[in-house]
Design a protein around this ligand. Sequence first.
Ligand code: ADP
Length: 272
Amino acid sequence: MTTTPQPKSSTPALEVRGLWAGYNHTPALKDVSFQVPEGEIVGIIGPNGAGKSTLFKAILDLMKPWRGETLIFGQSNRSQRAKIGYMPQIELVDWNFPVSVKEVVLMGRYGHIGLFRRPSKEDRAAAHEALEQVGMAHLGDRLIGELSGGQRRRVLLARALTNRPKLLLLDEPMAGLDATVQHQIISILRALRDSGTTVVLSTHDLSCVSAACDLTLCLNCQVVAYGPPRDVLVEKVLGETFGTHLLMVHLDGQAYAYQHHRHSNGPPNEDK
Ligand code: ADP
C-alpha cells in the first residue's frame, strides 16, 4: 500500500458553496456550504432523507443544483470529475452477476478504456494496484458472488480507486459490516488519507464517525454543525440533526449514541 505523504494543497479538496438542490420544487439541500481540506476524512451523518445522497449526486455532477456550486481543488466539479472516485451503496450492486473480482475493479477504468476497447496493460496494472491497496490482490480471479460482505466492500472500494482519485466519496461504506471488518476498512481509509487522498463518507453509524473521521458534518437538509467529532457528537447537535433525543456515551475515545426512551425502564437501544 502506498503511504508516502504528498505535499498538501492549501486549496480545499472540496468546497460546497451555497448549494440548493431538490426534486419537484421541494428542496433536499438548503444553502449547504462547507470546505474539506486535502488529506482529511470527513463523515457526513444525518437521518434518512437528510440529503446525503443528494449532496453526493450534486458533488458528482449527476444533478444540477438550483443554486450554488461545488469546487474540486478550486475548479468546477464538472471539469474535475476524473479526480473523484465514488463507491455506491452496496445494495445497488448485483452480486449474482458472474464476473470476477478483477473484472469488477476494471469497470472503474471504463472512462479510460471506453466500452468497446480491451483493457490495456496500464488499465490492468491500475486495477491490480487498487486491489493491493485494499488487500484483495490474491483474490482477483474469484467470482464476486463467492466473497464475504467485507470482501465485497473492499472490491467496491478498489473499483473507486482505479483512477487514483484525489477525492473519494463513499456512500455508507460501513453499513452491515461487523466491528472487525469496519476496523479493517477504517485502516484502509487512514492509509489512503496518509498518502494524500481526501475521503468523504456518509454513514448512520456514529461510533464509526468518531473512530474514523477527522471532521463530521451533521446534515439535515441544512448543515447543523461541522467540526471535529468530539465537538460535534454532542447531545444538542445530534438532537437537532436527528430530531430525537440521543444520549451520548464516550468510552475509550469513542462515542456511542443511545436513543432515549422516556417511558422505558429497560436498557437503551444502541442507535445504528
Ligand atoms: P439521504 O441520502 O440522507 O437518505 P436523500 O438525498 O436520498 O437523503 O433524500 C433527500 C430528500 O429528497 C428526501 O426527502 C427524499 O425523499 C427526496 N428525494 C430523494 N431522491 C428523490 C427523487 N429521485 N425524487 C424525488 N424526491 C427524492
